[in-house]
Design a binder for this molecule. Sequence first.
Ligand code: GLP
Length: 262
Amino acid sequence: MRVIICPSPDAVGYWAAEYVKQRIQSFAPTADRPFVLGLPTGSTPLLMYKTLIEFYQRGKLNFQNVITFNLDEYVGLSLDHPQSYAAFMQQHFFSHIDIPQNQIYQLDGMAIDPVVECQAYEDKIRVAGGIDLLIGGVGEDGHIAFNEPGSSLASRTRRVRLSDRTLQSNSRFFDHEIRKVPKSALTVGVGTILEAREVMILAQGEQKAMAVQQAIEGSVNHWWTVSALQLHPQSVIVCDEEATVELKVKTVRYLRGLDGGV
Ligand code: GLP
């Protein structure tokens, strides 16, 4: 696992955007061989998206041959609900770049049969050739996508109940009223995430420090699903200084000495 400790929260976004750009450019995608991204929502990736949009506007990057799969969606919110993750992605990324709409895949939180919807999503990922680079944030409780504590590390795309802590944390997007936050979501599974060829997790701020500590110093376990990254041969955590405060000084020194990790 690589760990990149950035000097500021903004540096996390710039580092991640630069990394995505390099990956897409070196892959040199074509219509027959597109580059497949897994994409997160949340406040953490906002600067990454903004920077990627700037790359596009300056002609440094295009998304014509990129396919995207979002990681999760609230159950019960339509695609055009302002707090749906689909609307988030349009607002903060897709409407500003040249990606064809039919290359954007998102879970439908209004699907009549979530089981069918989730199985179809897995099939679509497979048909696209698998995810080349999956980018995620992390919850305060260590969840990746919406894989809450206790999710099987072999889990696949499915419907999940959201924990009280996540409802509390995400109520900031729903007028700070927990009752307005959907109680369940559709999410790719930990197993689905681990099948991506590369996984990059972004973490900013002290509130993510326990999750970062568990991911790096903890054992692999279902209570901190981000720890499953340890099982992935090509993973990177990009975090700011604040997100490292629960790590041992010795760990941070080791990581800095490696200049990014083993
Ligand atoms: C939600 C999303 C996660 C995201 C997390 C962190 O729970 N389902 O995918 O990683 O929030 O969000 P933020 O970046 O706003 O802290």
